[in-house]
Design a protein around this ligand. Structure first.
Ligand SMILES: Nc1ncnc2c1ncn2[C@@H]1O[C@H](COP(=O)(O)OP(=O)(O)OP(=O)(O)O)[C@@H](O)[C@H]1O
Ligand SMILES: CC(C)(CO)[C@@H](O)C(=O)NCCC(=O)O
Length: 403
């Protein structure tokens, strides 16, 4: 598709200066809206390639990440408007003056809220397939971002060096409201092999009903303080304190999640909310770990990357998933996690701008500190990640714009 220059360079008068705003991409999920936008640094826009020759202009700046609850979409749209990010889309080359700016978006909400967004921001969503975006985002992070993937074993994070030539195949398990399991064989080469409706939405939904927590983070924090053995029925509870070693179960293995609640003769109010939260988190994480491993086994996949905002970088969640994968695979398969766990889809939508000749992800060597420099979708790119990325994180980046 032919494109005109970004609308951001045509019509701006807001918070972020015209020179700063570049691309905006959205992933509107069942629970959360993820926003990724690029702001160029003041004065960036050099056009010198590695050998000092003139080349495509290269913009340097930061990739920013933000998220909002989908139920509070109006706050998200207000955020976008307040920063003038909606002016950062693109238009078809043959667009008339009245044609709207297009913004890349993915996730079910790109369909559900298209009219609302058009009405509130005056932009049209250019929809990208959700699974495509998840895979593009995962490949992008794994190839381009230094120290993106890590294992979590015995409370220790160990960052992985990803060998670009030995990345595929892998299983991507995206734990959002629901869970998608995708076998990834290359750039754009993938198959969604399974899924489960018992996911992050289940944890938060059931957790809210059972504990009266007011926020997801409060529920996670509660689970941190709880003891699941108060409610879960352990093998030892059934076997009089013994293990059942013949089938590989120790006395402390959970025999039945929430199983003690049937025999205790107690009401919900008799349990501590923190113990309920802990059992719930363990049940759901364990179940996802197990289903993931079984799917990896179906296709002989050794590496499983877990993403999605359910994980939230939470130690107990990652630990439970890691233990489940290790337990069921008898140590053969490894659970791995991604630092930008929840932003795969939004990043995938962001990367798809390059299909329209608007800003391939490409850097140039004058940006000295970039930790990784790799080829992505035929283009060279690299990025530097701050040491401690969290909710309001950003990545230093270089983006080449088609002249
Ligand atoms: N602040 C939060 N509010 C609500 N849920 C949160 C929050 N932080 C983490 N979560 C968890 O993350 C899940 C959503 O994850 P994610 O954003 O990856 O999926 P989604 O895109 O909303 O869902 P889907 O892909 O199924 O449409 C929630 O269901 C919940 O378990
Ligand atoms: C429906 C989607 C893809 C929406 O993101 C996700 O919530 C999901 O993968 N749910 C699991 C559906 C299933 O496979 O049972």
């Amino acid at each position: 598709m032919d494109v005109k220059k970004p609308a951001s360079q045509e019509n701006l008068n807001g918070n972020e200066s015209e020179s700063q705003i570049s691309h905006l991409a959205l992933d509107i999920g069942g629970s959360l809206i993820k926003v990724v936008y690029f702001l160029r640094s003041n004065g960036s826009g050099g056009s010198v390639d590695d050998s000092g020759k003139k080349s495509d202009p290269v913009l340097e700046g930061r990739l920013h990440f933000a998220k909002f609850e989908t139920s509070k979409i109006i706050d998200c749209l207000e955020f976008i408007r307040s920063k003038n990010l909606h002016l950062a889309g693109f238009r078809h080359h043959d667009a008339s003056a009245n044609d709207k700016t297009l913004i890349k978006a993915t996730g079910g909400g790109a369909y559900k809220f298209a009219d609302l967004i058009k009405e509130k921001l005056g932009v049209v969503l250019d929809k990208e397939d959700e699974m495509d975006c998840l895979v593009t985002g995962a490949n992008f992070l794994l190839k381009a971002v230094h120290q993106e993937a890590f294992t979590y074993v015995d409370g220790q994070k160990e960052f992985l060096q990803i060998d670009q030539n030995d990345l595929y195949p892998y299983l991507l398990v995206n734990i959002g409201s629901g869970v998608s399991m995708i076998k990834v064989d290359g750039d754009g080469k993938f198959e969604r092999i399974s899924g489960t409706s018992v996911g992050g939405g289940t944890f938060w939904g059931l957790g809210r009903l059972l504990t009266n927590c007011k926020s997801f983070d409060e529920l996670l924090e509660l689970s941190h303080q709880g003891n699941n053995r108060v409610i879960d029925m352990l093998v030892g509870d059934i076997y009089g304190g013994s293990e059942y070693s013949k089938i590989g179960l120790t006395s402390t293995n959970i025999a039945s999640s929430f199983g003690k609640a049937i025999s205790d003769n107690k009401e919900l109010k008799d349990y501590k909310p923190e113990d309920v939260a802990r059992s719930l988190l363990r049940m759901i994480s364990n179940n996802i770990g197990q289903i993931s491993y079984l799917n990896a086994l179906r296709f002989g996949l050794k590496r499983i990357f877990f993403a999605g905002f359910f994980i939230r970088g939470h130690a107990y969640t990652m630990d439970t998933i890691s233990v489940a994968v290790s337990f069921w695979s008898k140590g053969d398969a490894k659970a791995m996690f991604l630092r930008h766990e929840g932003f795969l889809g939004a990043l995938g939508a962001f990367v798809s701008y390059e299909n329209h000749g608007l800003g391939g992800l490409k850097t140039h060597q004058s940006v000295q500190q970039f930790a990784v420099s790799e080829t992505y979708a035929g283009k060279k790119m690299c990025c530097l990640v701050n040491e401690d990325l969290n909710d309001n994180e950003s990545i230093d980046f270089g983006v080449a714009f088609a002249a």
